[in-house]
Design a protein around this ligand. Structure first.
Ligand code: ADP
Ligand code: ADP
Ligand code: ZN
Length: 226
């Protein structure tokens, strides 16, 4: 196996995966792959994949594994071909999402002689999920995440970086949030148990301030690298 870094971010909706992902990826020089962001871009651009995935996203269900995994496979392969990911380091946000995706993912990695180094599990209380997601706003251009109370933009409703108007995600409505949380518990949590048995889980208390959470993730990954 090569000495590369492949990490996965797992956590309930609103745990802070997207918030942390960019900083963690920059810190460790990983290519960031967020399935949620890629799927939403496809929905926005009305691609065949986006039109198919939208039905699932709008209801809070997972998009079919075949779609997501083949999408991921293409992104990984083209990143490696284009030498877009230094040393083939990758950070996955929101993928794999269940055991079925994970099995296919492990096969893809094995074919490329790669393997997962650490699974970063950001743990938050259920109550926090609703407060986080109903106040979440995102930049449609750069995907930067804001929170109306905890992390507001400098100017009212504009992305600090792009100066584009922020949007509320279609699936950040109470009933869809509830469904996503159920799906997370039923389908995604078993993955945490799977990786715990392999001693790959770094559990992070996601209730702390975002800066603290970032420090904890960085020190956790540094330990796993040794
Ligand atoms: P996820 O990608 O896991 O769904 P996000 O990173 O989008 O979660 O965060 C959900 C919401 O919570 C956003 O509005 C974000 O600004 C906010 N948030 C993220 N981390 C924290 C934190 N540690 N403390 C307070 N709010 C946070
Ligand atoms: P959050 O972490 O807040 O739940 P994501 O952006 O990761 O948000 O996911 C939003 C939606 O996109 C999910 O509810 C699901 O419909 C779809 N999605 C994202 N990643 C995956 C994936 N790996 N497999 C299937 N569906 C996915
Ligand atoms: Zn932006």
């Amino acid at each position: 196996m090569k000495n590369n870094l492949i990490c996965v971010l797992i956590g309930a909706p609103g745990a802070g995966k997207g918030t942390q992902a960019k900083n963690v990826a920059n810190h460790f020089k990983c290519k960031l792959i967020s399935t949620g962001d890629i799927l939403r871009e496809n929905v926005e651009n009305k691609t065949v994949l986006g039109l198919e995935a939208k039905k699932y996203i709008d209801n809070g269900n997972l998009a079919p594994a075949q779609i997501v995994v083949s999408m991921i496979k293409n992104v990984i392969k083209s990143s490696i071909e284009k030498k877009d990911a230094s040393d083939n380091n990758f950070l996955f946000d929101g993928f794999p999402r269940d055991l079925e995706q994970n099995k296919l993912f492990e096969q893809i990695l094995a074919q490329l002689n790669l393997s997962i180094k650490a699974v970063i599990y950001i743990n938050i209380e259920d109550d926090v999920v609703y407060e986080r997601l109903t106040n979440r706003r995102v930049c449609p251009k750069c995907n930067r995440v804001y929170h109306l109370k905890f992390n507001p933009p400098k100017f009212d409703n504009l992305c600090d970086d792009c100066k584009v108007a922020l949007i509320t995600r279609e699936d950040d409505k109470i009933d869809v949030i509830k469904k996503r949380l159920e799906v997370y518990k039923q389908l995604t949590e078993p993955l945490i148990e799977y990786y715990r048995k392999k001693n790959k889980v770094i559990e992070i208390n996601g209730n702390k301030d975002a800066e603290e959470v970032l420090k904890d993730i960085i020190s956790g990954i540094n330990c796993a690298k040794q």
